[in-house]
Design a protein around this ligand. Sequence first.
Ligand SMILES: NC(=O)c1ccc[n+]([C@@H]2O[C@H](COP(=O)([O-])OP(=O)(O)OC[C@H]3O[C@@H](n4cnc5c(N)ncnc54)[C@H](O)[C@@H]3O)[C@@H](O)[C@H]2O)c1
Length: 265
Amino acid sequence: MRLEGKVAIITGAAGGMGKAAALLFAAEGAKVAVVDLREETAQRTVDEIVAAGGEAIAIGADVSNADDVARIADRTKDELGLPTVLYNNAGVDLENKFPMLKVTEDVFDKVIAVNLKGPWLLMKAVAPLMSEAGGGSIINTGSIGALRSASTAVYCASKGGLLAMSRVAATELGQYGIRVNGLNPGATMTPMAYQQAEELRSRGVELPPESESSKQFSVLGRFGQPEDIAHMALFLASDESSYITGADFNVDGGMNIMTAVATHD
Ligand SMILES: NC(=O)c1ccc[n+]([C@@H]2O[C@H](COP(=O)([O-])OP(=O)(O)OC[C@H]3O[C@@H](n4cnc5c(N)ncnc54)[C@H](O)[C@@H]3O)[C@@H](O)[C@H]2O)c1
């Protein structure tokens, strides 16, 4: 098994990409701390892992809150062992397809707090434990929006900031055997994507059927699935990527090489 002996913290693992990664990591032998704001739903991810013969715990926590993050680190260490994988996957896109000039200050603060401050708090709390374990792998979720104008302004800024922070973190943490990499999903079919489509429809925006709209986002003519992203996370978490750090990887069906992608109305 590719993650035998590893202890992984995955944030935002009640649904979407985080849940797909939690199931895959556990199937590959990792013990998994399933972290999410939605504790009951996180527990359902844990129940699925346990039913399949794996080991996991659910931790209800807000990644943008320092006390919650300290609790994530403590509970993981006490109940599963020293963490060797941290997958910062939790993220929000609250400005929800509004142009920059219409975004409120509250939304700006919230998006930056969850998408940028959260991963920083987690790296700060977890890296010393990884160092104690002899090293580890940190995966930070960016976005194709971090690389080009492919989503909304504050969201893209939060993800671009996280990729920049990941490179510095890789430089500083390499001496402890800790690798840090970014993972940039393209347009992926998760609850986040469905919610955004729903909100656009409720505002009267006409969206083409999925088979048509997917062509705007991928040269492969389909949207990504959570499992597409989870497989790259698995590679980055495993020792197969032991010489890779300070890099970021697009899992986007070619979205980043397209000449034009949809942004917002
Ligand atoms: N879906 C896409 O097309 C897409 C594209 C590029 C990047 N991303 C990024 O990928 C990651 C996963 O996205 P997804 O599409 O699976 O989203 P999702 O909304 O389906 O899942 C995100 C999970 O994070 C949890 N969460 C939100 N705020 C939290 C907080 N403060 N503390 C703890 N948990 C919190 C939510 O409860 C949810 O379970 C996010 O960082 C997102 O920004 C998504």
